[in-house]
Design a protein around this ligand. Structure first.
Ligand code: SAM
Length: 393
C-alpha cells in the first residue's frame, strides 16, 4: 500500500502550510502517543494519512479505515503533499498503476440499497455463492428474475463479476458484504427464494453461522408469502442445528430432504459427492405477509460539538451490550478546536471501524456514516450519548 519515507521535518511547517494547502485540511496528534494523522481532501474524496516519526525518517502512509477505493488517488495525495511541504523523499511506492479492482455495473454496495429500484418483478438472493456456479446457472435459466448474490470473500465476488460480463448476464447483482446484516436493507415481502448452499459449518464458533434465529426472522420478513429459504448442507451438525432453529420460528413450514440431486452441482457439492457424503436440504416456506419495514435509521449527531476536556471523560474500555458494543480506540487532537475519535462498534460479527470528527461547529463520521443496520444504530445512540457528555466544559 502506498507510503513515502521522508527525512525528519519540523511539524510547524505543516501547521503553517495547511491554510494554503490545496489538499491538507488538518493535522491532529494522538492523545498520549507520538503519532499523528493528517486530513486530506482530493477531488471529491476525503481521507486520512498516518504519520509516524522514527529516529532517521518519517513514514507517511495510508490509513486503513478511510482509504479511498482508488489507490492512485492516495498515491497522488502523497506526491502532492511531499511537493507542497517540500519534504525530502528517501523512498516511496507511489508510481501510478492501472487500478486492479474490476469495476462492474453489476456490483452493488450495501449503501446502494438505501434507495434502490428493483428493475425485475421477481427477486431472489443467494448467500455465500463461492465460485458462483449455482448463481450463474439460476440467472441463465431464469432471465426474468434478479439474483442478488452475497459473498464476503472479495476474490470470489470479483471472479463472478467477470463471469457475469463474459456470459452477458443482466440479472445478477453482486454484493461483497455479510449476508447476516444485508437482509435488513431489503423491503418486506420482496423475495421468491433465499439460497444458502453449503454454508461454513463453524462447528467450533457457532455464533458465526449464517443461519441463526435473527437471520431466519429477517428471511421470513423479506420473503413473499409462499417464498422459500433453501438450505443445502453436507454437515450433520449444521443440519440438526438449522432444523432446531427453523422449528423455533412460528408460522413457517419446514420440509427436509436427503441426497436430492439438483440440476446444478456446486464446487463444494462435487467434492462431497465424490466422497459419498450425505447431503441434506431444508426448505422453509414463509406462510404470511410481513409488515412494511420501518424507515432506515438516521446517523446524524445533531447538536453534538467538541467541548474542551471531552477527551478526558470518554471511556477507555469497550462497552459491551447484549447485541452490540462500542469501543473508543484512540483520540487525536488539534489544539482546542478539533477531536478525532477512532472507534469500532456495532455487531460482533461485522464491526464498523470509523473516525468521528468533532469541531466547535459540529460532529460527523469521517468519512462516511456506518451502514444503516439496527445494531449500528444502537451503537450510534450510545456514541451520541458519550460524545454529549455534560461533565466536560
Ligand atoms: C463452503 S463455501 C460454499 C460456496 C458455494 N455456496 C458452494 O456451494 O460451492 C461458503 C461460502 O460462504 C461465504 N460466506 C461465509 N459467511 C458468509 C456471510 N456471512 N455472508 C456472505 N457470504 C458468506 C464464504 O466466503 C464461502 O465462499
Amino acid at each position: 500500500m502506498p507510503h513515502i519515507k521522508v527525512k525528519p521535518f519540523n511539524s510547524a511547517i505543516v501547521e503553517e502550510k495547511i491554510p494554503r494547502s490545496s489538499l491538507l485540511t488538518f493535522r491532529a496528534t494522538a492523545v498520549n502517543r507520538g503519532d499523528e494523522i493528517w486530513g486530506v481532501q482530493l477531488e471529491d474524496k476525503e481521507f486520512l494519512l498516518q504519520v509516524k516519526r522514527f529516529d532517521t525518517y518519517v513514514l507517511i502512509k495510508y490509513d486503513k479505515v478511510t482509504r479511498p477505493l482508488k489507490v492512485n488517488l492516495l498515491k497522488e495525495a502523497l506526491k502532492r503533499i511531499a511537493d507542497e511541504l517540500e519534504l525530502e523523499v528517501i523512498a516511496s511506492n507511489i508510481a501510478q498503476h492501472k487500478e486492479s479492482r474490476y469495476a462492474s455495473e453489476y456490483e452493488k454496495s450495501i449503501e446502494d440499497f438505501y434507495e434502490i429500484d428493483f428493475p425485475f418483478e421477481k427477486v431472489s438472493v443467494e448467500v455465500g455463492f463461492g465460485s458462483g456456479r449455482h448463481l450463474l446457472y439460476q440467472a441463465n435459466k431464469y432471465p426474468d428474475t434478479l439474483f442478488i448474490g452475497l459473498e464476503i470473500h472479495t476474490p470470489s465476488a470479483q471472479q463472478v463479476l467477470k463471469q457475469i460480463e463474459l456470459q452477458g448476464l443482466k440479472n445478477i447483482w453482486v454484493v461483497n458484504y455479510d449476508a447476516r446484516l444485508f437482509l435488513e436493507m431489503l423491503p418486506s415481502n420482496l423475495l421468491e427464494k433465499i439460497f444458502v448452499h453449503f454454508p461454513v459449518p463453524w462447528d467450533k464458533k457457532p455464533h458465526r453461522r449464517v443461519i441463526s434465529p435473527s437471520f431466519l426472522a429477517e428471511s421470513m420478513r423479506v420473503l413473499q408469502k409462499g417464498g422459500k429459504l433453501e438450505l443445502r448442507t453436507d454437515s450433520d451438525n449444521y443440519f440438526w442445528y438449522a432444523l432446531e432453529t427453523f422449528f423455533g420460528v412460528p408460522k413457517t413450514h419446514v420440509e427436509v430432504r436427503k441426497n436430492e440431486a439438483l440440476e446444478v452441482t456446486s464446487k463444494y457439492e462435487a467434492r462431497w459427492l465424490k466422497m459419498e457424503k450425505d447431503i441434506y436440504d431444508l426448505y422453509v416456506t414463509c406462510q404470511e405477509v410481513s409488515q412494511a419495514r420501518p424507515p432506515l435509521p438516521d446517523f446524524n449527531f445533531n447538536i453534538v460539538k467538541y467541548r474542551k476536556g471531552l477527551e478526558d471523560v470518554l471511556p477507555q474500555k469497550a462497552l459491551v451490550e447484549e447485541d452490540y458494543f462500542v469501543h473508543i480506540e484512540r483520540l487525536y487532537k488539534s489544539g482546542d478546536n478539533l477531536l478525532l475519535v477512532k472507534c469500532s462498534f456495532g455487531s460482533f460479527d461485522r464491526p464498523e471501524h470509523k473516525f468521528i470528527l468533532l469541531t466547535q461547529e459540529g460532529c460527523r463520521y469521517f468519512v462516511s456514516p456506518p451502514v444503516k443496520t439496527s445494531v449500528n444504530h444502537k451503537a450510534h445512540v450510545k456514541l451520541t450519548e458519550l460524545l454529549s457528555n455534560v461533565k466536560c466544559n
